[in-house]
Design a protein around this ligand. Structure first.
Ligand code: BTN
Length: 246
């Protein structure tokens, strides 16, 4: 696959940049990467903490023929691409946490923020933003309100961010091609093999503060989480709940 690389020393957010570019005529496969983001954004309105060289931060613009309504499993597919690349890079313990965090030993290594530009039926552009912790300064770890980890804590080798970016893009292109042709259904089984909570009892956290326990049965073809509890099997889409180990 051909990528168009745009590299920044410092930028507000590579996702914000590519969302603006997507509205104009930036080509399919444009990659924006930055050494430092001053306003890195996470899911649910959170921020992505930054320090020079602490994490690999980039976004990929991918133009789809299908409309936004067909892209429900996209963020899960992207997570699988990261896990494939990390395993190849030697980090065999990288796992997925539904819908799309990457964990190592229960701690967050990477996050994904996907933003869509387009309508529900017509062609849409996805900006796929990825933040992957390379080497977090201790002061920064202390500021982050969840258990986090970085590549340097798990690999004996020095990480070459350029080589890692190349590997991630390679896996992303492959997974996105499969996703476009066959949908998330074609990736679902492999996804479940890497799910940190597959078959486990988890705590479900609702946005209104409610909590519930349930047993993770799996992921459906459209990417929703299937949880069994006393009410039977419930389906959750991303945004409705977040998961914690029980
Ligand atoms: C999350 O875990 O909540 C998602 C984090 C996504 C962070 C990446 S860093 C590159 C891209 N630009 C942003 O502003 N956010 C994403």
């Amino acid at each position: 696959h051909r990528f168009h690389l745009v590299l920044f020393d410092t930028i507000d957010s590579t996702n914000s940049y590519l969302m603006q570019q997507a509205a104009s005529h930036a080509p399919h496969g444009t990659v924006a990467a930055a050494l430092l983001q001053t306003k890195g954004r996470g899911r649910r309105g959170r921020s992505w903490q930054a320090a020079f060289g602490a994490s690999l931060t980039f976004s990929l613009l991918w133009r789809f023929q299908m409309g936004a309504s067909a892209l429900s499993g996209l963020s899960l597919a992207v997570g699988l691409a990261l896990v494939r690349a990390l395993h190849q890079y030697g980090l065999r313990s990288a796992q997925l946490k539904w819908p799309n965090d990457i964990l190592v030993q229960g701690r967050k290594l990477a996050g994904i923020l996907i933003e869509l530009n387009g309508d529900m039926d017509g062609p849409s552009a996805a900006v796929i933003g990825i933040g992957l912790n390379l080497n977090l300064p201790p002061a920064m770890r202390a500021q982050i309100d969840q258990p986090v980890t970085d590549m340097a804590s798990h690999l004996p080798i020095n990480i070459d961010p350029n080589a890692l970016l190349g590997q991630l893009l390679h896996e992303l292109a492959q997974v996105l091609d499969t996703f476009e042709r066959e949908g998330f259904a074609a990736l679902r089984e492999e996804w479940q093999v890497h799910h940190a909570y597959h078959g486990e009892v988890v705590k479900l956290l609702f946005p209104d503060g409610r909590e519930q326990f349930g047993h993770v049965q799996g992921i459906a073809d459209d990417g929703v989480l299937l949880v069994q509890n006393e009410h039977g099997t419930q389906r959750f889409s991303s945004g409705e709940i977040s998961l914690r180990g029980a």
